[in-house]
Design a protein around this ligand. Structure first.
Ligand code: SF4
Length: 204
């Protein structure tokens, strides 16, 4: 089974508890206004990755991080791949898995009545990004979104989890810079101003 992925970053010190490996999936049809990853909307980008071999590779370094974050893009628009990957990781490790979805938990339980995702994932941050309700707690993008923990096939809501106030800039092997984490409202302007004062001009 294949999974369409845009990029994988390790380590990431945000987007969930502890030191993490983060996966950005390709493709999202929800088109939230103000989305920070519009390049991930199209299904034409990214690469098809074989799930068993990806999970096996990740497991070879499992002792170096605490968990995996899956974001995008919309992970639940590749539901079978998401559940297969999560189940594989859960079977072979104690790594926790956190997933961001633009769908609400209510929508997900209607779309996927098997609720298999509640057994193959540990945490969910749900709901569209709503620009008018943007928040600065660095793990949720907007206050309509909720943080859920899945335990024994059931969900528990707790919006006070893991808000560590960090985000990072990462550089790929192709020298592309991308952001991991949820910036506060004026963080990008502060960064651009700081770089400008240091003589560095960003070509955005
Ligand atoms: S669900 Fe996420 S990736 Fe999709 S448009 Fe909304 S913010 Fe962007």
């Amino acid at each position: 089974m294949y999974w369409k992925i845009n990029r994988i970053q390790f380590p990431v010190y945000n987007l969930g508890p502890g030191k993490r490996l983060a996966i950005w999936v390709q493709g999202c049809s929800l088109a939230c206004k103000g989305c920070i990853n519009p390049e991930l909307w199209t299904e034409n980008g990214g690469k098809n990755i074989e799930i068993a071999s990806l999970a096996s590779s990740i497991l070879t370094i499992k002792n170096h991080f605490d968990g995996i974050t899956i974001t995008g893009g919309e992970p639940f628009e590749q539901y079978n791949a998401l559940v297969a990957f999560g189940s594989f990781i859960k079977m072979k490790s104690i790594l926790n898995i956190l997933v961001y979805s633009g769908f609400t938990l209510e929508e997900l339980t209607k779309k996927f009545p098997d609720k298999l995702f509640m057994n193959s994932l540990d945490y969910l941050i749900d709901g569209r990004f709503e620009r008018d309700f943007a928040v600065s707690d660095n793990i949720r993008g907007s206050s309509n979104q909720n943080f859920y923990t899945f335990e024994g096939g059931k969900s528990v809501k707790d919006n006070n989890q893991f808000f560590n106030g960090k985000w990072s800039l990462n550089v790929t092997k192709a020298n592309q810079i991308f952001m991991a984490g949820v910036p506060k409202k004026d963080d990008m302007n502060s960064l651009i101003g700081y770089l400008k004062d240091s003589g560095i001009k960003l070509d955005l």
